[in-house]
Design a binder for this molecule. Sequence first.
Ligand code: GDP
Length: 470
Amino acid sequence: MRKDTIAAISTGMTNSGIGIVRISGPEAFEVIDRIYRGKDRLLEAESHTIHYGYVKDKQETVDEVLVMLMRAPRTFTGEDTVEINCHGGNYVVKRVLETVIRNGARPAEPGEFTKRAFLNGKMDLSQAEAVIDVITSKNEYALQSSMSQLKGNIRNKIEDIRNKIIYQTAFIETALDDPEHIDIDGYSEKLKYVIDDILVDIRKLIDSSDSGRIMKEGIQTVIAGKPNAGKSSLLNVLSGRERAIVTDIEGTTRDALEEQIQMGGLTLNMVDTAGIRETDDIIEKMGVDKARDYVKNADLIIYVADASRPLDKNDEDIIQLTVGKKCIILLNKSDLKTVVTKEILQNTIERVFEKTKNAGNYSKDIPMIDISAKEEQGIQEFEEILKTMFLKGEISFNDQVYITNIRQKAALQDACESLNKVIESIENQMPEDFCSIDLMDAYESLGSITGETIGEDLVNEIFSKFCMGK
Ligand code: GDP
């Protein structure tokens, strides 16, 4: 394990009120002592105290600062840690870091503080990964799910399963070593019950990754509807509702392909309005071929129907696109005299589905909501349906664990496969040591989630994706 002292700017590189330079490692206190001038000598100062003073580079005053001192092991990294709160200007923070580096610290690699926290046993790998998830979370559910993981809920769940597995393996090994005292007859039956239970738990975790992905990355959404149905108006209403949040986030600007909309704690990744207008043209000029492309990868289709004009071929084409997809129909312009009712729409759906190949396999029960984009009516109901549809309305972060991480999901799938082999061996009445090998494989796969059974290369790769200063 490396024992040098690292430093980095931990706050964002924009001009702001405060910037933080973090130092961690055995010489953190020596480094700050060399550059800090104030009332106290920091080398002797007590842990978890804050000190007001100046950072000096030789004789020159770099900035007026507050210095936070935290001695190991009660720190994020588990090492002596110093945080310098300075002014948050781009230049001044860099100057403070430069001074720190010149006086004995080395620049940290991305994610190195968290990596040290992991290597020093302050957290397991699933918690370390949650740190970056908290930082990048885009909505309330993503945040809550990451916080739950950060608190150790995934670790606890995985450790619990691993303990059950190791207990069985230990029993088999001991019994095989000492057949005179331990009777293994009838054990296979018992083992099968235990493994079946474990498989239920693991499959539940794997299944949770659908909701997990939706929470973390958002719902891939295509908005469809004939020209002038009110799609742009609806998008304006939806994005306007939480404009402050939407525009504050980097990557949600106009040059992105998608527009992110926050609704009911979820994120909808909508194809950009410009793209959608283009889709209108395409529907007019080239039929629905292009729209089909968008729809293929979508989690959700929002079909905006114009309730003030009779349904036409365009509407039928769009209904055809919704076959086999999650869809919500918004009957827009409910403030006007309407000619399209839910009954008429339902009849059209049945007719279109009847004509469409394979459509018989899918539900024609598509939720419909009367809305008015103009008067902002019906949006609340839309939000409720969205939540029910994607989170089954019963998200809770206290007992349920959601897998949002592809690496963790793959490890769970591997474990599942190994345990299925155990069941197979039992059913084929294979000798117990066969079971023991596959049980250990499952144990190893699960251990990679908490980081107990992974190599240095993978650890390095995981942390290299972190941001600087974390
Ligand atoms: P798009 O082509 O589907 O994007 O439709 P727009 O959002 O551009 O809307 C087309 C027209 O319908 C505009 O004149 C809107 O003002 C109007 N419109 C949209 N939604 C409503 C609504 O709920 N009620 C009424 N009365 N007019 C609407």
